[in-house]
Ligand binder design. Structure first.
Ligand SMILES: Cc1cc2nc3c(=O)[nH]c(=O)nc-3n(C[C@H](O)[C@H](O)[C@H](O)COP(=O)(O)OP(=O)(O)OC[C@H]3O[C@@H](n4cnc5c(N)ncnc54)[C@H](O)[C@@H]3O)c2cc1C
Length: 422
């Protein structure tokens, strides 16, 4: 039998598709950005299908911070009080980990005019479930879990939807607009042939969890670092366990991986001898979650019928601690600009360009702050093996009320404050 002609291959692939759904907006990825976009659009009466590759929202180490700006956004849509009924911890200012213990650079309570002068810490799965539950209240919302998007449906240069693989086979969703909210390893970014500019970072990070044992030091969600040459350990007390971050120089991951779990246990205990018992819980390498600390950005976030938001368009460094905030703000701006064109069934590339125009600079400015912190604070400490000190040029501005307020506003609300309403 001869090789199949392209049209035969296409016909075969089409026969495999179990169903074809039509919607106005197909959102790919049920992270904070995708869920918020779906919720806001569906509240405005736009039919939305959200496709999430995983069967649940459960995930470890994806960031648990909800900034004041996001709490204000949730308040604008009447959800902040309900969110506060779920278990959470409040952090009233950014803690800068130093050898003397965490130094609070400023206190949001003194500087911000808001009902929410704190960063809320809430496990991300709980937050995502909350958003999904709210979105499910609207009949125009459809959520498909376990839907792994593998292909774009394209005609000429325009994206008309996606094809995904579910537990039972292939399905198709056709939409006026497809949104790639599928995170830092975005498949839609690759399928859409978007270019990505990656910044370099002097450090990389492994996150892992250690059990809390009786006799461990008492804490309140505070970060305390331990320093060694070429390694820094950050411990976050999460009440029922320790969330631990291990910084190491960029390029050393394969060496650490090859040395194995036992060597990692020794590294950890050398930095924090009180973890000698706790580390016995580490038995497999998959317990360590690597996080590339570098940030990245796409020069262009859209093409006809397709828009990228959140980490798919730009990853933020953990030094800025704000990936969730920026993904949600992208969603808020996108919902505001696109709901009317979506209802009319006409989303132009100008509409999509406007989303990028409004969001690109706020993101790039915070990325620059993060890169500065990584290079000058974390990178330096890693090279020298000496503890963080609050550099004079960092500490000084926070003692000037005007500048302290400016920094507080920047961290809480970003460069431009984002509102759901116009
Ligand atoms: C270890 C770690 C710690 C972090 N700590 C913080 C923190 O403290 N504070 C903070 O603000 N940010 C933190 N971040 C960053 C934060 O998690 C992200 O910036 C944020 O989640 C981005 O949201 P998003 O909606 O753009 O993408 P994501 O949250 O990454 O969501 C993308 C979703 O798309 C789904 N998906 C992927 N591919 C497909 C596909 N082909 N088909 C269907 N679905 C797909 C994924 O399963 C995922 O659910 C951390 C990240 C990591 C990795």
């Amino acid at each position: 039998m001869g090789a199949k002609q392209p049209n035969e291959v296409l016909a075969e692939a089409r026969r495999e598709v179990l169903d074809v759904q039509e919607t106005a907006c197909c959102v790919v990825g049920g992270g904070p950005g995708g869920l918020m976009l779906a919720l806001l659009l569906t509240r405005r009466g736009v039919p939305v299908t959200l496709l999430e590759a995983h069967p649940t929202f459960d995930r470890d180490f994806r960031g648990d911070t909800i900034h004041p700006g996001i709490l204000e956004i949730l308040n604008e849509i009447g959800l902040a009080d309900r969110l506060h009924q779920l278990q959470h911890v409040k952090m009233y200012g950014p803690a800068f980990p130093t050898v003397e213990g965490p130094v609070m650079l400023f206190d949001f309570r003194r500087l911000l005019k808001t009902r929410f002068p704190y960063i809320m810490w809430m496990p991300q799965p709980v937050f995502l479930e909350f958003l999904a539950k709210e979105a499910r209240k609207y009949p125009s919302f459809r959520l498909v879990m376990g839907a792994n998007v593998r292909r774009l449906i394209e005609e000429d240069d325009a994206v008309l939807g996606v094809r995904y693989r579910g537990a039972d086979g292939w399905h198709e969703v056709r939409a006026s607009l497809t949104v790639g909210a599928d995170g830092r390893f975005s498949r839609l970014r690759k399928l859409g042939a978007f270019t990505k500019i990656q910044t370099s970072s002097p450090v990389e990070l492994l996150w892992f969890r250690l059990p809390r044992l009786s006799g461990d030091p008492e804490g309140t969600g505070i970060v305390s670092p331990r320093f060694g040459k070429g390694q820094i350990l950050i411990m976050i007390d999460r009440a029922d366990h320790w969330q631990v971050g291990y910084f190491f120089p960029t390029g050393n991951y394969q060496k650490l991986r090859a040395a194995g779990v036992e060597a990692m246990r020794r590294n950890i205990v050398a930095l924090e001898p009180r973890f000698a018992e706790n580390v016995k819980h580490l038995t497999e390498w998959k317990q360590f979650s690597p996080l590339s600390v570098a940030s990245s950005r796409c020069p262009r976030w859209y093409r006809p019928g397709l828009l990228l938001i959140g980490d798919a368009a730009h990853t933020m460094t953990p030094a800025a601690g704000s990936g969730i905030k920026y993904a949600i703000e992208d969603a808020v701006v996108a919902a505001k600009l696109l709901s009317v064109p979506l209802k009319a069934g006409r989303v132009s590339t100008q509409n999509l360009a406007e989303v990028q125009r409004r969001r690109e600079w706020p993101t790039r400015i915070i990325q620059a702050f993060g890169a500065f912190g990584l290079k000058w604070v974390v990178g330096r400490a890693l090279r020298s093996g000496r503890p963080f000190r609050v550099p004079r040029f960092v500490g000084l501005p926070f003692r000037l009320p005007f500048l302290a307020k400016l920094f507080a506003r920047l961290l809480a609300f970003g460069v431009w404050r984002v509102h759901v309403r116009n």
